[in-house]
Design a protein around this ligand. Structure first.
Ligand SMILES: *Cc1c(COP(=O)(O)O)cnc(C)c1O
Ligand code: SF4
Length: 377
């Protein structure tokens, strides 16, 4: 299935490389539009000109504005008051205009469904605040520590488990990594540092270089992993300097990107990621299972196929963390298990991600497995 056309009723919008537009024309009502991804602006400019309100986003994708009743005095939905809209034009350009069900739009557009309260959906669903071992450091799993590099992201995903994360309380203030470095120096069992956030690639190359240099000076560290959605949402963030810095590091560098739908993987995204892989940096992908985005086998299979066609390995498929405001994204575990089974039937083993969930207090991500299937030796 390489040439699907619509994303209604289980079909996929973008399945062939040719289909994803590199130049995409929107009504010229917003600065920076129409957008030509083949001539990218500097990634920091892309951040600055990103869309920052739900009504502006609706306008950009040619949807009617929300009614005055649901909008507050500031013209915002309740859900975007504590977690603002943030969508770079590079990502918006991959959304099908006038389609309220577009799988990319669904990930970034605040809706009134965010106000639904449901038991079990909490502000800190994975217990990260309890796992902070030092300001800005999470050390939950053996051998690996995760640095909350910054609180900024290149996009605001409405299902994000950190949507209410109180970064002010974590000590992860921008540019203040000294306590994290000191913690790592004193923990010889840690071999791998994961730069996460927020998104570590919203930090400048210069700052990142300082941080990486400090990590390289810690003798027991062997690997450096970056968890970033920037290569997907603002691909020009993969600068030549960044590729060079990571590939020449004393530490083995790995990159884990985050794409949920094949339509996110535009030509410019794939071209920039190829530069990382060509330089010797393995690139993996993690996705979140999301209702109305990738909860159909065909869509997920196409995502995985497109990833491995471009040498990116599907790593994890996350069951949604039950964060307040994201009830409308949840897919039942039974559905997820069936989808994984179907993927296994049509894809090579290395193209099937591990279906996992994060549980507070566990020593690793928990695999979600079908206990009803018996193995006979
Ligand atoms: C997910 C996560 C990791 C990395 O886990 P892997 O299974 O190695 O990918 C490390 N630390 C924390 C706190 C995490 O949430
Ligand atoms: S990029 Fe990652 S951390 Fe940032 S909002 Fe999206 S899912 Fe959350």
């Amino acid at each position: 299935m390489r040439n699907g056309s619509t994303n209604q009723s289980g079909k996929i919008l973008a399945t062939s490389d040719e289909f994803v537009p590199t130049a995409f024309h929107l009504p010229g009502e917003l600065p920076g539009l129409p957008l030509d991804e083949s001539e990218p602006v500097h990634w920091q400019v892309a951040m600055k000109r990103a869309i920052r309100s739900s009504q502006q986003l609706r306008k950009a994708v040619r949807l009617p504005p929300d009614s005055a009743e649901v909008l507050g005095a500031e013209g915002k939905l309740a859900g975007e008051r504590n977690f603002p809209t943030f969508a770079p034009l590079e990502f918006v350009a991959r959304i099908e205009p006038s389609n309220p069900d577009d799988p990319l739009l669904r990930q970034v557009l605040p809706v009134t469904a965010e106000e639904v309260e449901q038991a079990g959906f909490a502000a800190d669903p994975v217990g990260d605040l309890n796992a902070l071992v030092s300001p800005g450091v999470l050390h939950k799993y053996e051998g690996r520590a995760l640095i909350l590099t910054t609180s900024a992201c290149g996009i605001h995903c409405r299902y994000c488990f950190r949507r209410e994360f109180p970064y002010q309380q974590t000590g992860s203030r921008k540019d203040e990594w000294l306590p994290s470095i000191e913690y790592l120096q004193n923990q010889p069992e840690i071999e791998e540092v994961i730069l996460s956030g927020g998104d570590p690639l919203t930090t400048t190359d210069e700052k990142l270089d300082q941080l990486i240099s400090a990590l390289e000076d810690i003798p027991h560290l062997k690997r450096l992993r970056l968890h970033s959605r920037m290569p997907i949402v603002i691909p020009q963030r993969i600068t030549e300097e960044l590729v060079e810095r990571l590939s020449s590091s004393r530490l083995s560098a790995w990159m884990v990107v985050h794409a949920n739908h094949p339509q996110e993987l535009s030509e410019s995204v794939l071209a920039r990621i190829a530069k990382l892989i060509d330089s010797g940096i393995p690139v993996l992908n993690q996705a979140v299972l999301l209702r109305g985005v990738n909860d159909q086998t065909e869509v997920l299979a196409e995502l995985c196929r497109r990833l491995v066609n471009h040498r990116i390995q599907p790593y994890y498929l996350h069951q949604l963390d039950r964060v307040r405001g994201a009830t409308h994204f949840e897919v039942p575990v039974e559905t997820g298990l069936k989808m994984i089974d179907s993927l296994r039937a049509v894809l090579p083993g290395y193209a099937v991600p591990q279906y996992v969930h994060e549980e507070a207090g566990k020593k690793s991500k928990s695999p979600i497995l079908d206990n009803t299937r018996k193995v006979n030796f």
